[in-house]
Design a protein around this ligand. Structure first.
Ligand SMILES: Nc1ncnc2c1ncn2[C@@H]1O[C@H](COP(=O)(O)OP(=O)(O)O)[C@@H](O)[C@H]1O
Ligand SMILES: [Mg+2]
Length: 252
């Protein structure tokens, strides 16, 4: 579903060039739930921004569903972002002036799809994620976990090839975090969704099929979950402990 091959990305400030991603390669299969972890500054957000086509990369290729996105013009990219990518952000990015239901409908309103189908789909997603009782509420009137489940529902509206999530549980308590992870797992099982999630949180990552660990802009390790969630979490904590950096927080 997603193939990243020999990706390189540097930032330039004045005469200085900072290499951030150095020959990063990996694949994400359809219906896979993959996390990216790594110390602060290891290039996680940069990687996600390259895949989202928010920033250009210097070398290598990013293939989404077999298609290289790098040569596309802004209009084509905007259409791909709307129809083929679903986004979930740490700070929810819901529109305060719209209800939960309207927020979920937004991608299809932008894509100009027929209203009755759109409303049926949004209602179905609300039921799936247990947010049908708050459909008519505004973001200011609901909890963080409910906001993020709304964001997951919105991300699924156009049946994207992949959902890209940057620290989706970063602003949530452990109960809400679990509710959001459950929404991702449900999207994967029931809607065949593919999810690519950047996270600091070993607990959230332990629910994934696979975890890619970045260090200094390179893939340091890929861990596949083969045992219980608890064992996988212990394995992740051990790897992160060896890496040091700001993941120390997770060990407290
Ligand atoms: N727009 C930018 N210009 C210059 N340097 C940047 C920019 N964005 C990020 N960086 C630098 O690139 C490195 C990786 O950043 P980032 O991808 O945000 O890491 P992470 O998300 O893993 O914390 C950091 O050293 C950061 O300071
Ligand atoms: Mg980041």
């Amino acid at each position: 579903m997603l193939q990243v091959n020999h990706l390189n990305k540097s930032y330039r400030t004045g005469n200085n060039i900072y290499p951030v991603l150095k020959d990063v390669s990996f694949h994400v299969q359809r219906k896979e739930f993959v996390a990216v972890m790594g110390p602060s500054g290891s290039g996680k957000t940069t990687l996600l921004n390259c895949i989202s086509c928010f920033i250009p990369h210097d070398a290598g290729e990013i293939l989404l569903h077999g298609k290289d996105l790098s040569g596309l013009r802004e209009e084509a990219l905007a259409s791909i972002r709307n129809k083929k990518l679903g986004f979930v952000f740490q700070d929810f990015m819901l529109l305060d002036g719209l209800t939960v239901f309207e927020n979920i409908c937004l991608p299809q309103i932008i894509a100009k799809l027929p209203v009755p189908q759109m409303e049926a789909k949004a209602r179905h997603l609300c039921n799936s994620f247990g947010i049908e009782k708050i459909m008519q509420k505004y973001p200011a009137e609901i909890s963080g976990g409910e906001k993020q489940r709304t964001a997951v529902a919105r991300a699924l509206m156009n049946q994207p090839y992949i959902i890209l999530a940057d620290e989706p549980t970063g602003n949530l308590d452990s109960k809400s975090c679990r509710a959001v992870i459950d929404a991702f797992l449900q999207a994967k099982e029931e809607m065949d969704a593919t999810i690519f999630m950047v996270t600091h949180d070993s607990y959230a990552a332990s629910f994934c099929d696979r975890v890619i660990v970045l260090k200094d802009g390179q893939v340091y390790k890929e861990l596949r979950r083969t045992s219980s969630r608890q064992e996988f979490m212990d394995e992740l904590l051990n790897v992160l402990k060896l890496l040091g950096g700001d993941n120390e927080d997770d060990l407290a």
